[in-house]
Design a protein around this ligand. Structure first.
Ligand SMILES: O=C(O)CCC(=O)C(=O)O
Ligand SMILES: [Fe+2]
Length: 354
């Protein structure tokens, strides 16, 4: 069984200049040294069930009557589950996948027209976690907050309206579903609407700034030595991930190693993020996950990072605190937490621990 490769060992000080652009993956016949990770990553060394409990990764039908129990179990034991019956038609996922593939199939020089600026949050570029690792990842991304029109018009001066329309519709659908799943997570802990008023829009004004991240993992000449996306937890309350039909996502189970999250048609993967861990006062675990690559299929995924309104201080919910369970972390806004993450990465939670 593979020991956990890097979440414990990677450096917390950025070792790359911040503004490095992705490779032109189509023109690299051999894995360059910059992208060859030291350890061979046995990509087949993962399992489909937890070998200790023999439990498969939970797939939860949101229309089931016992959904709260299932959600609570999944969030406490796994920090990740897949959802079906969520109300978003499969045809819509095909549209988002089609637009995502359309973007990443553009020639490298065109994608570079929409590159994310060093201080920016949106546009085309490397995975944001790249500075924390000694090697580069075999992937490229495109980040969207709200309307993607600014960068999309750089990619397709004449022909970006369909892309923008699909991306905006997708964000609206993901937001609605995220609200529903967060409510289910909190209800599963015995909390009511009254206990969690903070994630509702104030004065009719919605101040959430969720991020839609399109990921692309091109076909790789040496997948056993490359890394698609290095191990990390998400900084969100939760993340909704659509991973198309190509496998690649793996989650880490303590003592058991990496477990593959196999694509299920029409299902979405739900990751518990760091902020949900704070809100639940440690009851729900943020899932450590990574993406591996392959030498036959170009994989894409879309990750929607859902968080609280910008100015809200996130802290353990009052009903979850008592003498035996004091608050574990100091209150932080999403912005403050992202700053901690960009400085301390996998030690960010520790850095706000009380
Ligand atoms: O592509 C995947 O399966 C994982 C993506 C992911 O973890 C992320 O974008 O944070
Ligand atoms: Fe992630």
């Amino acid at each position: 069984m593979e020991s956990i490769p890097s979440s414990q060992t990677f450096k917390c000080s950025p070792s790359h200049p911040k503004h490095v652009v992705p490779l032109d993956f189509n023109n690299v016949p051999k894995l360059p040294d910059s992208h060859a990770w030291k350890t061979t990553l046995p990509i087949d060394d993962h399992q489909l069930i937890d070998p200790f409990t023999e439990e498969p990764l939970p797939i939860i039908d949101l229309a089931k009557p016992d959904v709260f129990n299932l959600v609570r179990h999944a969030c406490e034991k796994w920090g990740v589950f897949q959802v079906t019956n969520h109300g978003i038609p499969v045809s819509f996922f095909y549209e988002i996948e089609c637009q995502t593939r359309r973007l990443f199939s553009l020639p490298a020089e065109r994608k570079l027209l929409a590159v994310r600026s060093p201080e920016g949050f949106t546009g085309y570029g490397l995975p944001r976690i790249s500075p924390f690792f000694p090697k580069l990842m075999w992937s490229e991304g495109f980040s969207i907050i709200g309307s993607p029109v600014e960068h999309a018009s750089q990619l397709w001066p004449e022909d970006h309206s369909k892309f923008c329309e699909v991306m905006e519709q997708y964000q609206a659908k993901m937001k609605g579903l995220s609200e529903k799943i967060v409510a289910a997570m909190l209800s599963s802990l015995g909390l009511t609407h009254e206990d969690v008023k903070w994630f509702e829009p104030k004065n009719g004004c919605d101040q959430t700034t969720c991020v839609l991240q399109l990921n692309s993992y091109p076909v790789c000449p040496d997948p056993g030595r490359a890394m698609g996306l290095a191990p990390h937890t998400d900084s969100s309350l939760l993340t909704l991930l659509y991973q198309s039909w190509v496998s690649g996502l793996q989650v880490y189970r303590d003592g058991a190693g990496w477990v593959a999250v196999e694509p299920v048609e029409g299902a979405l993967v739900v990751n518990v993020g760091d902020l949900m861990h704070i809100v639940s006062n440690g009851k729900f675990k943020p899932v450590l996950h990574r993406a591996v690559v392959n030498n036959t299929h170009h994989r894409v995924s879309t990750a929607y990072f859902y968080g609280p309104p910008r100015d809200v201080k996130v802290s353990a919910l009052r009903k979850l605190i008592d003498h035996a369970h004091p608050p574990l972390y100091r209150p932080v806004t999403w912005k403050e937490y992202l700053e901690a993450k960009s400085k301390h990465f996998n030690k960010a939670l520790e850095s706000i621990r009380l």
